[in-house]
Structure formats: structure tokens, C-alpha cells
Ligand binder design. Sequence first.
Ligand code: MRU
Length: 352
Amino acid sequence: MSEVIQTLRWRENANGGQLEMIDQTRLPATFEYLSYDSAEGVAHGIRTMVVRGAPAIGVAAAYGVALEALRLCRNASDHFDQQLELGFTKLAESRPTAVNLFWALNRMRKCWQQHATQAKTQLASTLLNEAKFIHEEDIRINHAIGANGASLLPDGARVLTHCNAGALATAGHGTALGVIRSAVAAGKKINVIADETRPFLQGARLTAWEMVQEKIPVTLITDNMSGHLMASGEIDAVVVGTDRVAANGDVANKIGTYMVAVLAHRHGIPFYVACPLSTIDISVMSGEHIPIEERPAQEVTGYRDYQWAAEGVKVRNPSFDVTPAELVTALITEKKVIHAPNEKNIKELFSD
Ligand code: MRU
């Protein structure tokens, strides 16, 4: 499947190849790819949010492992296994909340274990093939999520989304924006309302950019406006993505999502969460056990080089929050739509 926005791409070169990722810290002012050739580099790209969004982080980490194996072969490392292990650790430490990171690292580890007897150069190319497979698979999954979710949105719907769960947050198409893209492709007229998403502005910078690129009507609002729009009858549905869903259906997503879910509940507006199975973490019983990343204070006190807050002020910057399952109308997965998610129907999702 060839996607309009290629968040990540693999390019062959004399060293066996490099990973290129759109620098999302600079969008929409600058559209530029940065190149990576090691696990440490990719971990840095994840930490600094060059690449962000749960599925995209997972795909980047998979390539990070493959790049590290290629690099160790090039340098004829005497300690291949220990060094590759170190690469896994660096990637695992890059960000804590999106479970897709750990899911992808587990996939890569399994692949390593299954092919441990291969010559190192052969192993590196096997790991690269697995990363490419995870990349392609994510695009297929997002199209399936889109197809499953599109029917939930009525023609003419005004749909609020928070953060960016679009092509930029995945290998392509997106999860929440994938549902919107698929509904539009099915001939529906959809108007997107994008929350700005303080403090990192994924809504204003990324979601708005994606929608404008594809000429899907989009209106930008600040985060404190959604209650007013809901009360005024200007929002018909909410669709968001997620970084980790607990076994009981609690949903961790970008800070501010919980607020939107409470408001949607208050106004009887459906609140949908688009999510690949790889984002469901059945090892975590409920949302309170999901690790919530705390990001630098500078993201709250100003933007880029400009500081607007008082010097020395104390700051909190939790990057995610948890929406209790009872506020989620449905989870839209690549397999099926789960209405009123709970421990039982989530367990069934993995068994049938
Ligand atoms: O901090 P970010 O930008 O990585 O957070 C992204 C989100 O919260 C997305 O909504 C989530 O990862 C789902 S992306 C399909």
C-alpha cells in the first residue's frame, strides 16, 4: 500500500540502509526527513519526538534494532549479542507509555531468538525484514481499523479529535484519522474539529496539517473550547487514538483526552477509541497501572525558544491521562468494534 504521507521510510545505502523519519518537531513550518543508522539514534528520535504516536514509535523501534545489528556487523563487533542487547535497552528507555514500543521490541527479540544460529550478517538482514514487515503490517491494520470504524460516523458528522492519531502517528493512514479518512473515502462528508493539544500542539501542528494536505475540512480549536462546542450541539462524535489500553478497557491517551471523554459523556456524544490490538496490554489490569510519562517543564512554560511563564514557577507536565472504560463508547480495532469495552469482551478479542 502506498501512502501519501510516509512518516518513516527505509532507504538502501552503502552501509546496508538507513531509516528516515519526518521531523515532527518542525512540522508544519518545515517538512524534512532526518536519517538514522543506530539504535541510540532512533531512541533519541523517539525521546525528542521526531517520531511520536504509539504505532509509529513501535515501527521506529523495530528499525532501530535492525539498524543496530547492521551497524555491529559493519564494525565487526566482538560482542554482538551484548551490544545488540544494549540497543534494545536504549530503545526501551526512550518513552514509557505507548505499549507499541515494547510490543515491537518483543517481536524483534522473538525474531532474534528464532534465528540466533544464523551468521550475524544473515541475522541482521532477517531482523531488517521483520522491521519492514511490522512497517507494512501497521499500514494494513490501520486500513482495517478505518474500514471497521467508518460506518460509525454518520454522513455529515462533525468529529472532534484530540492530539494526532493520524498518518504521522503510524506507518500510514492513521487510527483515529484513519477512521475519518476511510469514512471520507466511502463518500461521507466529515468535518473534523481538531483540539490544539497543549503543550506539544500535535493537534494544531500535525492533525490540522494532515487534514489540510488531503483537503478534509478541519476546524482548529483550543483545548478549552470543546465543552462549549458540545453544549452548542456542534459535535456529533469524538474519535481518538490511544497509547495503551488496559485489560479492563481503561484507555491511556494524550493529556486532555479524559477531559474530552467526560464532556462527551455529559452531552451524550459517542466517544470512540481507534486502536490496533498491539496497543492493548492485557498484562496491565487497569489504567492506574499504566506508566504516565512526565515531560520537560519547558514544554509548558513556553514554546521552542520563547518562554511566557514566570521564571522559576513550579510546573507539572504529565503527557498522558487515563479515560476509564465506562466513558468509552467503543474500541475500534482491526478485528472488530468492541462496544462498551470491559475485561470480558477484551479477553474474547484475543481468543476468538
Ligand atoms: O506524545 P505523543 O505525540 O506520542 O502522543 C500521541 C498520542 O497520544 C496518540 O493519540 C496515540 O499515540 C495514538 S497514535 C495512533
